[in-house]
Design a protein around this ligand. Sequence first.
Ligand code: URA
Length: 434
Amino acid sequence: MLATEVIKAKREGLALSKDDLQFFIQSYTNGALPDYQMSALLMAIFLKGMNFQETLDLTQAMLDSGERVEFPQLFPIDKHSTGGVGDKTSLLLAPIAAACGVPVPMMSGRGLGHTGGTLDKLESIPGFNVHLDLPTFKNQVETLGLCFIGQTQNICPADKKIYALRDVTGTVESLPLICASIMSKKIAEGIKGLVLDVKVGSGAFMKSLEEAQALAESLISIGEGHGLKTQALITDMSQPLGSFVGNAVEVGECLSILKREDFMGHRFEKFHATETLSLELSAMMISMNKNIPLDQARSQAREALDSGKAYELFEKVCAKQGGDIQKLNFPTQCTVISAEKDGFLASMNCEKIGVAGIEMGAGRKKVTDTVDPIPGIEICVPVGGQIHRGEPLFKIHHTSDTPGLSPAQGLLSTCFQISDSPVEIPPLIQKRLS
Ligand code: URA
């Protein structure tokens, strides 16, 4: 089979067969096909789309690129987000659910496009190792109830390579590519249930509710087709989640919630959006695992957080994976973007906020870039909030070495609108699907 024929077929909008996709994914994973041919196919898929059967076949081909973990004695549940800015819920909901007895084998990704990635955030904890072998991963889920890893050479190696390539080739915001990427690694990690957080808005890959709903429905169909209990929330990404965007600063926000402590001069209560969504997603995981009503699961999640059990578990998991929370480094300098007039914050271009982070090294411009854990952006006023001239809208937290400060300032100074009259506050949870 010729790779160029497959690329040309998709370029012409034809449906690819299971064999075409198996050939392409296998050859790319084992190094027989170069990045430029995979990039061309990804762009053709991005532009021409895929029907549901192709999306299923692509997911299967990516799943077949590696091994599958099995937990025959357990009922593990995971959560996955379709990608957002300041989207840090994994760091909270995983220890909350695990502290309630839910086994959580969490395989996450790195930053993708303008969005952040759980692996990059975890690696801002000095020493944290996300590159565990499969027996260690399994053992940690069986003993501690929670393990965080990335795609490996064994599990979903196709997603590991394709994900990195999509990040730098403008091919992220594609329904079939997102579905195959998420579902192949989730099915491979041996879970029996999956909670999806499908983001919608200017900081999400799906900008409208219709697109987000189509993505959620596709993800659920693939999950259920593979025998997974699958549920989804569609949640707001018209502004970053919570107050901080970056790597170490997002971990800091989560630790503040877990420990009920101040962070960067704020009470933990300030981070209520992050806490609310994390609790709701963890309750869905608990309800799925224990087969109990959602309200009962919500009480268990709240108790695990308030009692400090979730924090204790997070600390144990960090230590087990080599991470030392006490050694987290935070930015030392601050540059403020202030409001030029009085009014109400009407909207943000949330994608621009993610790009501002990338400009400062918090994400990647090329596959080979390393992420700087330190810089971050603080969102001082949420959409709907009242603001007076001269008050801070954003704070850029950085060090004297942080690059890209001036482009980041430029992006942040032009990423919002202020209205003279009060505006509607977008609901955090916009829809539930199961
Ligand atoms: N998360 C993933 O793992 N893959 C995507 O394509 C988008 C979000």
